[in-house]
Design a protein around this ligand. Structure first.
Ligand code: CMP
Length: 139
């Protein structure tokens, strides 16, 4: 069993894609063990994406991520990190495999609907960034 952090980004929430994204997780063996809707401020978005500090897209990305509500979730399942990344598709929607969330819905390399942790260490940091132990369901 593995855990990963998923975010439905502000573009996904605004465009009414919460249900579609969650349906894909539920149908593919990713159990939601924590979930909430948040609206990050700029500083919180900068803290979350600190690994990208200095990149040319950092300022625009953190503006976007603090522009509206987002849904944050912990997904649990076998190979949850890889499975979530498979369901999301490539960061750049133009490279995303057909049928993935980003191929179906993303409009831009930045406004790509979802975020998912890319490794166990980042998953641990990202889960801890948004959730405390009382907010995580034990199955
Ligand atoms: P995400 O998986 O959340 O990780 C970093 C985010 O930065 C990425 O999705 C995109 O929303 C955004 N981004 C914008 N431009 C780029 C880029 N050139 N390369 C990678 N990520 C980018």
């Amino acid at each position: 069993m593995e855990r990963t952090l998923s975010i439905i980004k502000p573009d996904g929430v605004t465009r009414g894609l919460i249900g579609d994204v969650i349906r894909r997780f539920e149908k593919n063996g990713l159990n939601i063990i924590a979930m909430k809707m948040i609206h990050m401020d700029k500083t919180q978005a900068e803290g979350f994406y600190a690994v990208h500090l200095g990149k040319p897209f950092f300022d625009s990305l953190t503006d976007f991520m603090s522009s509206g509500p987002a849904v944050v979730m912990i997904l649990e399942g076998d190979d949850a990190i890889a499975k979530n990344r498979e369901l999301m598709g490539a960061t750049n929607y133009k490279d995303a495999a057909p049928g993935t969330i980003r191929a179906d819905h993303a409009t831009d390399i930045e406004k790509n609907v979802v975020h998912g942790s890319d490794a166990p260490e980042t998953a641990a940091f990202e889960i801890g960034y948004f959730f405390n132990s009382f907010e995580i369901i034990r199955r």
